[in-house]
Write a protein that binds this ligand. Sequence first.
Ligand SMILES: [Zn+2]
Length: 130
Amino acid sequence: MNYLYEKVAYLRGLAEGIEVTECSKEGKLLIGILDVLEEFADALSDLNEEVEELDEYVECIDEDLSEVEEVLFEEDEENLLEDDLDLVEVECPSCGDTIYLDDEVMYSNDEETELLCPSCNEHIYVEPNE
Ligand SMILES: [Zn+2]
């Protein structure tokens, strides 16, 4: 924005050089125009500062948003992983408690799976599923 002030200052110098004063009607007009030009430069400079502040603020919001997105995205991934786990219900023949098993553990081998009931510590035998 400084170049605007420089240009106005240059014109003011020129006006002084050719002795433009407010004594004549034209002089009044020219000096009035120079004053208005300086006000424009002021207004633009203020606006520029505000835009810069706003820019910084938006950048901060953007960074915060990225952090929030990261957390949300991680949670989403975790949920997806959990959804991928198909749990199979098995009822303990001894105590009747329901145990939830990961089907990959259950069907990973063709043989009978032996489990220990977490409630009564009895053995449970799960037949392989076709
Ligand atoms: Zn049991």
